[in-house]
Design a protein around this ligand. Structure first.
Ligand code: FES
Length: 135
């Protein structure tokens, strides 16, 4: 199994690692079969991603996919970011070993979950409109 130079670069010096304490949205994916877990945090301003951070428990490929995703998605609108796929991230890294794809290439999926979480938080529940006046 060989990693590309880009995977190794991101693995050695991953970009945007960390936590956003007051994130506007968070996403999580875990693969119980190999114990990997991805957590992602986003901040959003005017429907645009202004910050992305993540924590990964996984192999070098998993770290590299999150790092590359954070570079590619930063500054995109939410709609643009929702169009990114896990395959786009593998391409951005000039490919990943086949045996790593199933659990290490989930960064775009985790980002989509964080955006879905953000959108859920933005929805006003009209059935509970009184709560808006009680804040
Ligand atoms: Fe499971 Fe890389 S994250 S093998």
């Amino acid at each position: 199994m060989e990693y590309t130079e880009k995977v190794l670069e991101h693995f050695r010096t991953p970009h945007n690692v960390g936590v956003i304490e007051d994130a506007d949205g968070t996403g999580k994916v875990g693969d119980a079969s190999c114990g990997d877990a991805f957590l992602m945090f986003i901040t959003v301003r005017d429907e645009r991603l202004t910050d992305i951070k993540y924590l990964v428990q996984g192999c070098g490929a998993a770290i590299a996919t999150c790092s590359a995703l954070s570079d590619v998605a930063m500054g995109k609108t939410l709609d643009e970011a929702m169009e990114l796929t896990d395959d786009d991230i593998a391409e951005e890294l000039d490919g990943l070993p086949l045996e790593k794809l199933h659990c290490s290439n989930l960064a775009a999926t985790v980002l989509h979950r964080a955006i879905a979480d953000y959108r859920r938080r933005q929805k006003v529940d009209l059935r509970n409109w009184r709560s808006l006046y009680q804040r």
